[in-house]
Ligand binder design. Sequence first.
Ligand code: ADP
Length: 620
Amino acid sequence: MSSHSRKLKFKAETRKVLDIVINSLYSHPDIFLRELISNSSDALDKLRFEMLTSPDLGSDRKPRIDILPDKDNRTLIVRDNGIGMTGDEMAKELGTIASSGTRGFLEEMGELNAEKTPELIGQFGVGFYSTFMVADKVEVLSRRTGSDEPGQKWTSTGHDTFTLIEEDDIPEGTSVILHLKDDMDEYLENFKLRELVRKYSDFISYPVYLKSDDESDWEKEPVNTQKPIWIRSEDDVSDKEYNEFYRHLSFDPQEPISKLVFHAEGTTEFYSLLFIPSMRTMEMLMPDYKTGLRLFIKKVMIEEEAEELLPRYLRFIKGVVESSDLPLNISRETLQENRTIRTIRKALTGKVLGWFREILDNDIDKYHKFFTNFGDLIKEGIYSDVQNREELADLLLVWTSRSGDEQKSLKKLVEELPEGTDRLYYITGTDRKELASSPYLESVGKSDTEVLLFDSPVDEFMLQNLGEYRGKKLVSLLKEVNEEDLSDAEKAEKKNAEETFAGLLEYIKDQLGDRVEDVRFAPRLKESPCILVSDRNDPGEMFRQMMKSMNQELPNAKKILELNPVHPVIETLQNLYEKDRSGDKLKDYVNILFDLGTVMAGGRPENPADFGKKVTSLLS
Ligand code: ADP
């Protein structure tokens, strides 16, 4: 008997989960088995990894997971020879909630009503605690592999407390003994157990053996396929199996948006299985979000979150990469410098971008879902991944002055542009609805020019880096036109206007004085006589607002007044200038013009009362 016995209380969070599980309607009791097998598989992964660095552990262990139904005692045992736990680890791991899956479950529970509970347990599994759906008492016998400490037995009925007691003769690894509830006899039947392993745990890469309930002998063959799911041919694996594996990997209760199976051959060989999660979580957008793919080398899980396998902006992708071309003794620190890793990363990135493009080309609805969730990260890629910039830009969905309620593919939009179009106009802001009715759209002729509308803070950063797309210059309507962006015809038109209206232009500049930075002819204007724009180096309104939110005010830059050289208003001003350039009328008109430019830019006239008076007198 033990010299060492402890009675401990569950942590409050754990209590809550246990209450929910015990009182739920048992609509998904089956899932307890998948949770136990999943834990065993993780424990075997950890042991394999430790064997690399601790020669004392030996190398002749045969990893396995056993399922032992016992009809006489009405117990079901799930056992593994994995890493095992010390007494303290059992107290901690089985008494508190550590896993993101279980925590996620509690978070969801907070928002939902009790009717949803059984559904959620089915989705999340809630790990080890789901055993209390089928058992009224659970014992865990465990001993840390390679440790001198004796094994311990953890016992609980799922109520307030659990006990820990030292016991002799506990083998290395872990056995979970379920004392089944009265109505749970089906979990003693081999056909049922076999069905559950095949359904939920076939991807587990360790053999799962089943002890026959009638012959009290072991079945000869493992129940599961064992070949890692990422190595199996796509044709041999059902969607259901892929989805189960995704769940095991990500704790995401929803199905993934898409999966990619990719086997690279050649100088560097690797297998990969990747998923796009069902949706983005807030954490994914944080720059310090811990992420990465699971990295296996020669069947050993080396890293749970190997960040080096994909660029940072693809941090939302979940999945596995296995390569035999890497040394087993690679450390976290040396992963980054490793050439093979860099080769894999490059190949994988190209493949992933191709995968996105394929969804865009073949399943636009799915792509919309993808882009709504992860579009901001694609944009992040555009400013951080110079090499793939153009390809990433191909993946953009954009709002435009004509897009209505659905974003358009930028690539498609550009392909359908009228011949000879060399510019893409855009405006930026914070509210898409406001942008869609912005007066700036009029400036280039709303009816014949489709203008891109950018309303997300990452858009500004992206646009600063993008500059042009597929040979089309990206030109902001809110900013002055670059001289080099003008076509030859436009340059000529501008020069001609500057000569014809030289005197008038000087006069206007004089009149407006330091209210403007400059006054210029801008041949891009179509419908409006004039518009106020920003200097091209102006960081933009969104940036200004962002800085303001961080308590840093940027000075408001002076604006540039652009005039439409072919607008009749200019003609009228020119006539006045020729006839009576010292009269009040011309002066008034110029002031009205400036106020009009302000209004066209969505602003307020400097002195609304005065503006009103002048316009009224003009009308009468
Ligand atoms: P999760 O597996 O999602 O982290 P669980 O509640 O299922 O959450 O398990 C809690 C922890 O208990 C695991 O993270 C692991 O550290 C430990 N554990 C559970 N089962 C085993 C096992 N068979 N062998 C070793 N450790 C285990």
